[in-house]
Ligand binder design. Structure first.
Ligand SMILES: Nc1ncnc2c1ncn2[C@@H]1O[C@H](COP(=O)(O)OP(=O)(O)OP(=O)(O)O)[C@@H](O)[C@H]1O
Ligand SMILES: [Zn+2]
Length: 807
């Protein structure tokens, strides 16, 4: 260290001090470390990405400047290490994003630098695809005496002058020569030698993304909004300049929410000088997973052809993502459509945020920082003082609870009563609005949903055939399929489980052998695969471990049996029963790349597929007018999971997939097969009755203080060593109980206890669950625990605030 100062005193003399948050996240300094700013970097600004030395070995490490100070708050100024250099590609974040990052770091209990790292696409950090071009332009103050110029030299100088006047001061050497009619670049070089032209290096990211190809086709006729759409739009327009507000657009499936978003954005774009900013107005549209929602994206690209749209999602190559980000950062694109992380788009003058399908769990990131894209969107809107629109046919209970100004309070038995929640929520509801689109867009009706009792069905089959056993397709669904095929309509069949069979077992119940993963506490799933000599493979859906299918039980040597449902089995059953139908399966196994979805959906739209079988992937936002039949093979897959949101998920899945039917003037029909025909979430989904479902479910959650009425956080401790895991979890829990008691005991702590899946990928897992009446006490407890050094954000401990996945 000392040497560094002695050898380069002038360059490293500190002109200021910077708080730098390191991307790798340092738990002992969660908000960053102090570094000296050398004279060479005197113009450094907050938000810039820099390289700094770390640790004894001064390992160069990336971080972001959070704040700059004239003096250092640290006692020994001598030992402060200097920043090495700024990011080679000049990457920086806007002040607005710095504020947002600070909130995320504190709310989700994650080191600030890790949040910054998450905000930037990896391709931007690596500079993938960037090339440096040498540009030439007129020299500001030509050196030397004017000399006589050749005709070509003069032509080039004139061209450069004209371009400069037209706001293009810099041109590539070759291009300038071409424009002036010179055959080679030598006259340009001569002018550079004479000092009449000068050079400048410009970085550019090359990528070949053609957004035009992704536009929706058709739908060119301007739609006339129906009354509810118009009311919704008027409401939004009225609030555009009213500052922060959350507007939940609860519109039934096919109610035309997209059209409302489009018009609201049109309005924002038209109002260029609304707030006196130099930058054009901009907007962000979040969609759950772009590969699954190509139609929504297509509609935006179609409508805003003139404006500059950028897309950000995992289907792009690294260079394409980098190029899109640069366009946004430079202000060339001002409408950004993307998945979760697009909420970090570095836009200036942001005026509106839209979160489509806000209930989708894919908005929650499952690694640190474990943020929820929708909630970050709300915070970003709050910081920017602008409206955010959340759209869904099946709103999350979190959002519905907030906007409906619900009367639910945590009951006395739930311990979690607190007066301050009531007051907070009163304050909050003023900014929260509910807009409803109760009917489908003109010309379409909600489909009729029938519930089919599978136990009844089993009995009927037995009476007819004399054979016991479960059939994937009920008689009613079989008949409906036959009819739909005859009418040249299309069908979607949902089964939320991949593979062929999810149980591989010994047929002898006294033996009871069941094939489990070696590394996880779950059963293995059998996948058929004709490309394999064995005809299939047994796979774990949690760690991806694979084995071959055993032919006999390892314990008692009887021939094994496979049972349980899977999409492959449905596909096989359809091939047997409807040999002439064109069937395609759409799940994570059959669709490996973004373009697979695109191809499959294009084929479906073109009518080349009669029956589309798939997991929840097919339930999302798709709009195909010829779908007349939707079948849910088994509505119970999510119902019995050990997760307090099981009913909510079941409701959403059924309501959403049912919503794919009848999206034209032809009526749609939906058949839902279940062993729990009287379950309220299934019953109410069949009636399209979201309100009753929500009221009922909220009442039950209130009774036990669960979210959204109470707030939850969860800590998962994992370790390959069972005892180390249990011990660490116990130490943590004991310490937390103490902190909680010290702070007045406002948090209900549960655990440590094994997670519902107690081992994944050979890691044992223990959890501690926290519930409180509001977020504040959870924050206090987590902060105290972190400050005590017990909550390192390493691979052994995961902190999850507002958890979505509980397994
Ligand atoms: N006012 C209108 N008149 C005629 N058609 C309309 C109108 N508004 C929307 N549509 C059409 O209705 C269909 C459904 O609209 P959209 O996909 O926006 O529904 P949605 O509310 O997003 O539904 P979901 O929640 O199921 O995704 C689209 O094909 C759209 O073009
Ligand atoms: Zn496994």
């Amino acid at each position: 260290m000392a040497q560094l100062f002695e050898t380069e005193p002038a360059a490293t003399k500190a002109v200021a001090y910077a708080q730098v948050a390191l991307e790798q996240g340092i738990d002992t300094a969660p908000t960053g470390l102090t570094y000296a700013v050398p004279a060479a970097l005197a113009d450094l600004k907050p938000g810039e990405r820099v390289r700094v030395p770390l640790g004894r070995g001064n390992k160069p490490t990336n971080g972001f400047v959070v704040e700059l100070h004239d003096t250092s708050a640290l006692p020994s100024v001598k030992n402060i290490k200097p920043i090495i250099e700024r990011d080679r590609h000049g990457v920086s974040l806007t002040p607005e994003l710095i504020s947002l990052a600070k909130w995320i770091a504190s709310y989700y209990c994650c080191p600030l630098g890790m949040v910054f790292a998450t905000m930037l696409p990896a391709a931007v950090k690596k500079g993938t695809g960037s090339v440096t071009r040498t540009m030439v332009g007129l020299a500001a103050a030509p050196e030397g005496r004017p000399t006589k110029l050749s005709k070509l030299q003069q032509a080039i100088l004139d061209t450069a002058t004209t371009r400069a006047a037209a706001d293009h001061p810099w041109t590539e050497i070759k291009e300038l020569a071409d424009l002036a009619g010179a055959r080679s670049v030598s006259p340009v070089k001569q002018l550079l030698d004479k000092g009449l032209l000068t050079t400048h290096r410009e970085e550019e990211v090359r990528s070949d993304l053609d957004l035009r190809a992704q536009r929706a086709v058709g739908e060119l006729d301007p739609l006339v909004l129906n009354a509810a759409q118009q009311t919704a739009l008027d409401h939004l327009i009225n609030h555009l300049d009213e500052g922060f507000g959350v507007h939940l657009l609860h519109g039934v499936t096919g109610s035309g929410k997209t059209e409302v978003y489009l018009r609201a954005i049109e309005r924002v774009m038209a109002n260029a000088h609304a707030n006196g900013s130099d930058h054009p107005p901009s907007a962000i549209v979040l969609v759950p997973e772009i590969a699954l929602t190509p139609q929504t994206v297509g509609r935006f690209l179609e409508r805003f052809e003139q404006t500059n749209v950028a897309v950000l999602h995992s289907g792009l190559t690294a260079a394409q993502r980098h190029a899109q980000w640069r366009r946004i950062r430079r202000g060339e694109a001002n409408i950004v459509i993307g998945a979760r992380s697009a909420i970090f788009a570095p836009l200036s003058n942001l005026r509106l945020i839209i979160v489509d399908e806000e209930h989708e769990s894919s908005y929650k990131q499952d690694q640190a920082p474990r943020y929820h894209g929708r909630d970050v969107a709300i915070k970003r809107a709050h910081l920017a003082g602008i409206p955010v629109v959340l759209g869904s046919a099946t709103p999350s209970l979190e959002m519905y609870y907030k906007v409906s100004g619900s009367e639910f309070r945590v009951s006395s038995s739930g311990e979690a009563t607190s007066h301050d929640t009531t007051q907070n929520s009163k304050l909050e509801t003023r900014n929260y609005h509910l807009i409803r689109l109760p009917d489908r867009a003109p010309g379409m009706k909600m489909p009729q949903v029938e519930i089919i009792d599978l136990s009844d069905e089993r009995r009927k089959r037995y009476e007819i055939t004399g054979k016991a056993g479960v059939h994937l397709l009920s008689l009613a669904l079989e008949r409906a399929l036959t009819q739909t095929l005859k009418d040249s309509g299309q069908t979607m069949l949902l089964l939320n489980r991949r593979g062929f069979a999810n149980y591989i077992a010994c047929p002898d119940q006294r033996c009871g052998w069941l094939m489990r993963c070696h590394y996880c506490d779950v059963t293995m799933v059998y996948h058929k695969d004709e490309r394999l000599p064995t005809g299939g493979v047994v796979r774990c859906h949690h760690c991806e471990a694979e084995q071959t299918l055993p032919s006999t039980c390892p314990d008692c040597k009887k021939n094994i049996t496979t049972f349980g449902l899977g999409t492959q089995r449905v596909e096989e059953e359809l091939a047997r029963k409807f040999p002439d139908a064109r069937v395609t399966r759409m799940d994570a196994d059959s669709m490996r790349h973004g373009r697979d979805y695109q191809q499959c959906l294009d084929a479906f739209r073109a009518g080349e597929i009669d029956i589309l079988v798939g997991t929840q992937m097919i339930a999302k936002g798709l709009d195909f007018p010829n779908v007349r039949l939707v079948g849910v093979i088994n509505a119970d897959t999510a119902l019995n999971l050990p997760d307090f949101r099981a009913a909510e998920r079941t409701f959403q899945l059924i309501a959403q997939v049912a919503g794919r039917a009848g999206r034209s003037d032809k009526p749609g029909r939906v058949l839902v097969q279940t062993f729990s025909p009287h379950d309220p979430s299934i019953q109410l989904a069949a009636k399209h009755d979201f309100e009753s479902f929500a009221e009922r479910e909220l009442q039950q959650r209130a009774a036990v203080g669960l979210p959204p009425i109470g707030r939850m956080a969860r800590i998962v401790v994992r370790d390959k060593d069972h005892y180390a895991c249990a011990e660490r979890a116990q130490t943590l829990a004991t310490q937390m109980q103490q902190f909680n008691a010290d702070a007045g005991g406002q948090v209900r702590l549960r655990g440590p206890m094994p997670c519902p899946i107690a081992r994944i990928a050979d890691y044992h897992r223990q959890q501690i669950e926290m519930l409180a009446a509001s977020a504040g006490p959870l924050q206090t407890l987590l902060t105290a625990t972190r400050n005590s050094g017990l909550l390192r954000a390493d691979q052994h401990v995961a902190v999850d605030v507002d958890p979505v996945a509980l397994l």
